[in-house]
Design a protein around this ligand. Structure first.
Ligand code: ADP
Ligand code: MG
Length: 360
């Protein structure tokens, strides 16, 4: 679940960091890892550039921290700051502990400041991680080549380690978990093709959203049919499902998952999952404002049960399972969904070096 990018020159690293900066929000903490000369300061330069900072970024090695005003046009009101830390020389000494040293720099305050962005070189010097952070690890390759790994861990996204807990809580059936896993496989292949183009995608968000998109699926199965389950189901489990279905009757499983995750603060994951409901692509196309949202929606429409299929087959199967439309209006809606999903497919693959049929 780590996005890996290859750059072959300083300029390419700066450009990558500029694109990365466009995904940043106030309150983000970027933790930079890598040996001396890996390119952390170059990356920080690109971040500053992407945030509209005109000043030249210099390594703050001897100052520990430099402060810059962020000049995003949309944020002209109060000043917002980028704090660029370099903790290379930070060490515990007999007189001062690491944490008191950091404290004297005002580190904790700016790390928790919701209107600041922090970029921290030598983040491995820290005792722990902030609540919300993005890891960027730079490894020298050969010569000027660098491998740059980016992984998002914002507090607004659910951590992948919690996936089993949610399956347990919602008693997600095995075949539904398999479906989710297959959707994640499709999504990751598409993401991988985008990484090759240097496009920034939060693949941790992408993966967890795929894995949990149908976690509440039992709630709106047309009917509970024992034949559809691989596992033998104990009476208590069955009763639990019946209860969930009663409690959430008339609600779409995407909306149930959305409410659940949102309530726990995982608003990013919640929104990506909410949008996988098939009609959203027609009813609120404007909400699909990130690649992660588009890819999860699309990947789900490429998986029939556990099987990767093309869009045509998936829509044919859907129609077969849900039978006749209620009325002419509904029929037109679903035709529009199919048409729009084909357009989404074209858009997603337009600049990629893989085609929809290469997804396996
Ligand atoms: P750090 O802050 O990690 O110690 P710097 O960013 O100060 O490293 O320095 C990286 C050095 O490597 C610079 O001299 C830079 O020009 C050079 N360099 C060569 N290729 C790359 C690359 N692909 N990405 C980043 N820096 C590169
Ligand atoms: Mg440096």
């Amino acid at each position: 679940m780590v996005a890996e990018y290859l750059t072959t020159s300083t300029e390419e690293t700066i450009e990558l960091a500029e694109r990365f900066a466009k995904t940043l929000r106030l309150g983000d903490n970027v933790l930079l890892y890598g040996d001396l000369g890996a390119g952390k300061t170059q990356f920080a330069k690109g971040v500053a550039k992407g945030l509209g900072i005109k000043e030249t970024i210099k390594s703050p090695t001897f100052a520990y921290v430099n402060q810059y005003s962020i000049n995003l046009r949309s944020q002209i009101s109060d000043p917002k700051y980028l704090y660029h830390y370099d903790l290379y020389r930070l060490e515990a000494s007999p007189e001062t502990s690491m944490s008191s040293h950091l404290m004297s720099l005002g580190f904790q305050e700016t790390i928790e400041d919701p209107s600041a962005i922090n970029v921290v070189e030598w983040a491995d010097r820290l005792d722990g991680k902030p609540h919300s952070y993005i890891d960027v690890a730079i490894e020298p390759y050969k010569g000027d080549k660098r491998a740059i790994k980016i992984s998002y861990h914002r507090d607004t996204q659910l951590d992948a380690s919690l996936i089993p807990d949610y399956y347990a809580e919602w008693q997600t059936p095995l075949h539904v978990r398999d479906h989710c896993k297959q959707v994640a496989t499709v999504a990751m292949q598409i993401a991988e093709a985008y990484f090759k183009q240097g496009v920034i995608i939060d693949c941790h968000l992408l993966y967890t959203a795929c894995m949990l998109h149908d976690m509440c699926r039992v709630c709106d199965f047309r009917e509970l049919d024992r034949d559809r389950f691989d596992e033998s189901i104990a009476k208590e489990e069955w009763d639990r499902w019946e209860k969930l279905r009663e409690a959430y009757s008339d609600q779409h499983h995407a909306d149930i998952a959305f409410d659940q995750l949102k309530e726990r603060g995982y608003s990013d994951t919640a929104e990506v999952i909410r949008l996988h409901k098939s009609t959203t692509i027609v009813k609120e196309w404007d909400s699909f404002d990130t690649l992660e949202k588009k890819i999860v929606y699309y990947a789900d429409k490429r998986v029939k049960h556990r099987e990767i299929v093309d869009l045509k087959e998936r829509f044919r199967d859907g129609q077969e399972r849900y039978g006749e439309y209620d009325d002419e209006k509904q029929k037109r809606l679903y035709e529009a969904v199919e048409e729009k999903t084909h357009r989404l497919e074209k858009e997603l693959f337009k600049d990629l070096d893989i085609a929809p049929e290469d997804i396996v």
